[in-house]
Ligand binder design. Structure first.
Ligand code: AMP
Length: 444
């Protein structure tokens, strides 16, 4: 059998209850589209086509087709199996209203170009017209429905709307990991209904890969297992830190959250982003690491800058500062300065740790990487992750959101083992939260 055992979530702990009150088990294997005979069947597949668009000469143009590209393997598989594919997706936040600039029509055209075969589009999501379009499909043909969020019932997970979606399909598939943390009609409700009607609900290939790398691969990681955690706030990442302390050999901390740790140790952090209320949380994480024998490394140097008042106000009426005179700092951060990146000594230490890693999980940038003066720490860590992948055979998993953006910005996105397509979904999954879009899928 060449199938992956899709597991729910190795960090989920003992059997629990998901958001819709159903029993979940932590290691439940999920059905994959590869397991299904879909020939001649109508397969309703939820995809993540929430692509960035802008208006050019009166038409909406897609700026980045990555999310569309990510679905091509599943689509090609379904087409080769003779499925009649009906795609459901959301775009933007139309708040339950028909908003022409958020129509998925341009996505159907682009998808057709990328697949090299036409993709039909229907300007309805449910109802007679959508059903007629779905029923008119021949084996191997694809139809894209209009934006599910043109209906307020989508985000309300309204059972009647979910049932109207279910009427379009014989089989359900979900390839939208990035939307799996939302219990919406097209991610959860429709699967619950189709399951109740006896129809299989399967993970698409992209969803399968997400569950494999964020789930199975971290369940019994090859060691040393090094976890890199950065980003803005300790409070956003504490649940992930807590879970990963059960599995990791070493944790490397960076980003603004490192300053909350510094503050907790009595250090001065100047004007750096800190969470005064979370110094206790930071110290508790360090104590847990010590108790578990997990090495827990904090930055030993940092890149700081002076703040120069521009005299301007932002949209919220707050003064806008420029960051000037960036420089490396050790010890206390001067009162008038702010920290924006890990320093070179820290980057070197982290790179040395990463060189012998066999499994790496990275969530959150090491600094304010959007400004290239403060991207060096993040880039150095990205290069070290790639080096460990190439030279040490490490499995490197980039856990979503800004860390993936940072790795892509450094031009290294295709040199890591896996970069998650989920932002909030990856974080929640790593926290051990059962994702409604995953729990709703059929068990093997
Ligand atoms: P998160 O979503 O928590 O992973 O945080 C990512 C954001 O944290 C990015 O937009 C970074 O610019 C920001 N960030 C990371 N380090 C710093 C820092 N030292 N100061 C300000 N922002 C930071």
């Amino acid at each position: 059998m060449d199938r992956f055992r899709l597991r729910q979530n190795p960090f989920a702990g003992p059997a629990g209850t998901d958001t819709v009150g159903l029993e979940t088990s932590s290691y439940m294997a999920k059905l994959s589209v590869r397991d299904l005979d879909v020939s001649g069947k109508r397969v309703l597949m939820r995809v993540d086509y929430n692509v960035p668009m802008e208006e050019k000469d009166g038409a909406m143009v897609i700026n980045d087709t990555t999310r569309i590209k990510e679905t091509l393997p599943t689509l090609n598989l379904l087409v080769s199996k003779g499925a009649r594919v009906i795609l459901a997706a959301h775009l933007g936040r139309p708040d339950g209203k028909r908003e022409p600039s958020m129509s998925l029509a341009p996505v159907a055209v682009k998808l057709g170009e990328m697949l090299g075969k036409p993709v039909a589009f229907v300007d309805e999501t449910v109802g007679e017209k959508a059903e007629a379009a779905a029923n008119a499909l021949k084996d191997g043909e694809i139809l894209l429905l209009e934006n599910v969020r043109f209906h307020a019932e989508e985000e309300e997970n309204d059972p009647v709307f979910a049932a109207r979606l279910a009427r379009l399909a014989d089989v359900y598939a979900n390839d939208a990991f990035g939307a799996a943390h939302r219990a919406h009609a097209s991610t959860s409700g429709v699967a619950r209904i189709l399951s109740a009607w006896g129809s299989p609900c399967a993970a698409g290939l992209l969803m399968e890969r997400e569950l494999k790398f964020l789930g199975d691969e971290l369940e019994n990681p090859a060691r040393p297992f090094v976890v890199i955690l950065g980003g803005a706030k300790v409070s956003d990442k504490i649940k992930v830190i807590d879970r990963l302390l059960e599995k990791a050999d070493t944790v490397l901390i960076g980003g603004a959250m490192a300053y909350t740790f510094k503050l907790a140790h009595g250090g001065k952090t100047g004007k750096s982003l800190v969470e005064k209320d979370h110094t206790g949380t930071a110290l508790a994480a360090e104590s847990k690491a010590a108790a578990k024998g997990v090495k827990f490394l904090l930055p030993t140097d940092t890149v700081i800058a002076d703040l120069k008042d521009t005299g301007k106000l932002n949209k919220k009426g707050r003064p806008v500062f420029e960051f000037v005179n960036p420089r490396v700092n050790t010890g206390d951060i001067p009162d008038e300065c702010e920290g924006f990146d890990i320093g070179p000594e820290t980057a070197k230490t982290y790179a040395e740790v990463l060189a012998s890693a066999k499994t790496i999980l990275w969530n959150g940038p090491m600094g304010m990487f959007e400004d290239k003066r403060f991207a060096e720490g993040t880039t150095a860590v990205a290069l070290a992750v790639v080096a460990a992948t190439q030279n040490n055979g490490a499995k490197s998993i980039i856990g979503g959101g800004d860390s993936v953006k940072a790795v892509n910005k450094a031009g290294l996105g295709d040199k890591v083992t896996f970069a998650s397509t989920g932002g909030g979904a990856s974080l929640e999954f790593l926290e051990g939260v059962p994702l409604p879009g995953v729990t709703a899928l059929s068990d093997k």
